[in-house]
Design a protein around this ligand. Structure first.
Ligand code: B12
Ligand code: SF4
Length: 503
């Protein structure tokens, strides 16, 4: 008999090149493996993605269109495709999950084309939802679920975080049968075939600007070191992976887990990268940092955020990070030859425009100081884009400064909101265009003066030319209209910009 309740798992387009293993839909697929039949569609790997989707749905075998949705570029396919599915295949149930869906759930569920939202981890909630629909049972008891009933938006309670080690194996083979593994294991500064892996839920901190907080409420749960190692070994042995990007929000929460992982991975001769907190890893012993270096850890991404202790206190609730520590830690990492990749968030609200600008200038000076302490430090600059953590001090500040999110799902498709998502040009009322220009021009000059070590395309000669061209501007703080630098960056195209590419 023909199956009619298959699930189409969709990863909307998110990157022009350097496609990553789509761990969100892969993990969701694992949750229904053996229970429901499914097919992957990865917008990054399709030439005519809508035709692929509509051809699959037209077979009549699919009852569910399930899409992961991050803010930014993914909305460009997630929104119009979901709308078209509703129009052309009205019997198909549309389910969204992922960071955009969970954080902007009101605007998404109020649209006429999203039936259910998985709020946070979908590992238990998704199969439960499908089972309930199939057996026509109520969904009111399913945790991590948002839906509409009688015109009212219902947000069910959140459940405890799943135990990563108890989840089904990730169905890599099924994904790689549809899309070649080669297209996902990409060349980076880490290795020739870099895999993307996600090994923990959430984060134990509550930074007031962060999108992880409203979803995980300061909870974190990691997979065991052995579990991570076994998966990575599988990717190495079966597909030749020689490096790993850890996509966890905070890979390094547990020093014990990191050390256990280092002991296991050291013999595999692989390079790896992950995201962590300065105040967490600064507590690691020298022995742990040595183990990490020897086990292949090349670079760590840190939210340095700001060089102002007051701003850090406002942003980093629950943390202990200070400006002094950020500087000291950059020097410490140099000793262990692990590159710190520091991200800064500039342009936070302040009572007057003068104060906003003064804060930007102070952060620029701080970044330059960090570069003097450890020139290898990679700097990533974001313009502050608020995430509504209702009740936080920062949320109150931004709403009283007049900031509002779009009221209709489709409004998120406007170019201005897309830029907002990419944290490049937020529509925040306290930031004047000249301030945004200053931040971006400084970044252009900085990137030219210190070309990023993770760029595998720029030659040493190109780097030297960039540095001499930008040296006057950098040293004299002359950042306006850096057209000559932009021209060169454009010429040597695809100059790597982690702030745009996501990493
Ligand atoms: C990989 C990644 C990317 C990749 C693309 C991913 C892809 N799918 O191909 C790239 C590098 C392109 C990317 C880009 C961006 N990203 Co991104 N990205 C991530 C990252 C690191 C991992 C995502 C992932 O694979 N997670 C692993 C899976 C297993 O976890 P998960 O997605 O949470 O999935 C679980 C649940 O959410 C749920 N679920 C998720 N999807 C679905 C779908 C269904 C149907 C169901 C039922 C359930 C479900 O169930 C899953 C299993 O429990 C996350 C952070 C993170 N740790 O998740 C940021 C993150 C999602 N990105 C973010 C952002 C903002 C961006 C950018 C838009 C901006 C930027 N500068 O970073 C850019 C856009 C760049 C561009 N191209 O212009 C933010 C979102 C913040 C927010 N406001 O909501 C995050 C949270 C990072 C952060 N902490 O700030 N990103
Ligand atoms: S430490 Fe990072 S992931 Fe955790 S709450 Fe802060 S910004 Fe978010």
């Amino acid at each position: 008999m023909k199956t009619t309740n298959k699930v189409l798992l969709f990863n909307p387009w998110s990157a022009q090149y350097g496609f990553r293993i789509p761990n969100s839909i892969l993990q969701v697929a694992a949750s229904i493996t053996g229970k429901f039949e499914y097919e992957f569609v990865d917008g990054n790997r399709e030439i005519d993605c809508w035709t692929t989707i509509s051809n699959l749905l037209a077979t009549g075998e699919f009852k569910y269109f399930a899409s992961t949705v991050m803010p930014g570029p993914q909305l460009k396919q997630a929104i119009p495709f979901s709308e078209k599915v509703r129009k052309q295949f009205p019997h198909v149930v549309i389910i969204w999950g992922g960071y955009f869906a969970s954080n902007q759930y009101k605007v998404a569920i109020e649209s006429s084309f999203v039936d259910f939202i998985i709020d946070g981890p979908g590992d238990y909630a998704f199969p439960q939802l499908l089972n309930a629909i199939e057996s026509q049972q109520p969904v009111s008891e399913i945790s991590n679920l948002i839906y509409k009933e009688g015109g009212e938006v219902i947000r069910n309670r959140k459940q405890a975080l799943p135990d990563y080690d108890q989840l089904n194996d990730l169905p890599y083979e099924k994904l790689f049968n549809r899309y070649s593994a080669e297209g996902y294991l990409k060349k980076t500064f880490l290795g020739r075939k870099t895999a993307a892996y996600h090994s923990s839920f959430g984060c134990p901190f509550t930074c007031s600007f962060c999108a992880v907080v409203p979803i995980y409420n300061a909870r974190w749960k990691g997979k065991s070191a052995l579990g991570i190692y076994n998966d990575i070994k599988r990717l190495k042995e079966n597909h030749g992976a020689d490096a790993v990007e850890f996509h966890d929000n905070n890979f390094f929460v547990s020093e014990k887990r990191t050390r256990e992982f280092c002991e296991l991975i050291a013999k595999e001769n692989m390079s790896w990268w992950g995201e962590g907190r300065i105040d967490t890893i600064d507590k690691y012993s020298d022995e742990s940092l040595t183990m990490m270096k020897e086990a292949g850890c090349k670079m760590i991404f840190f939210g340095a955020e700001s060089g102002n202790d007051e701003v850090l206190a406002q942003m980093d609730k629950g943390g202990t990070q200070t400006a002094e520590q950020i500087k000291r830690f950059a020097a410490r990492m140099r000793k262990f030859d692990i590159i710190p990749e520091y991200s800064f968030v500039l342009g936070l609200p302040a009572p007057t425009p003068e104060q906003v600008l003064a804060q930007i200038d102070q952060d620029i000076e701080f970044i330059k100081e960090i570069k003097t302490i450890n020139p290898d430090t990679e700097i990533i600059i974001y313009v502050y884009s608020p995430v509504p953590t209702e009740g936080s001090e920062l949320y109150d500040a931004i709403t009283s400064a007049g900031f509002r999110f779009p009221e209709k799902l489709k409004d998120w498709l406007s170019p201005a909101w897309e830029k907002f998502d990419q944290r490049r040009n937020p529509l925040t009322p306290w930031l004047q265009p000249a301030m945004v220009d200053k931040i971006q021009n400084f970044e252009t000059v900085l990137n030219a003066y210190y070309p990023t070590a993770s760029d595998t395309k720029l030659t040493n000669l190109q780097k030297t030319v960039m540095r001499s061209l930008s040296s006057f501007r950098y040293n004299q703080n002359v950042f306006s209209f850096p057209y000559e630098i932009k021209l060169l960056q454009k010429l040597w195209l695809r100059y790597r910009q982690p702030e745009l590419e996501g990493f």
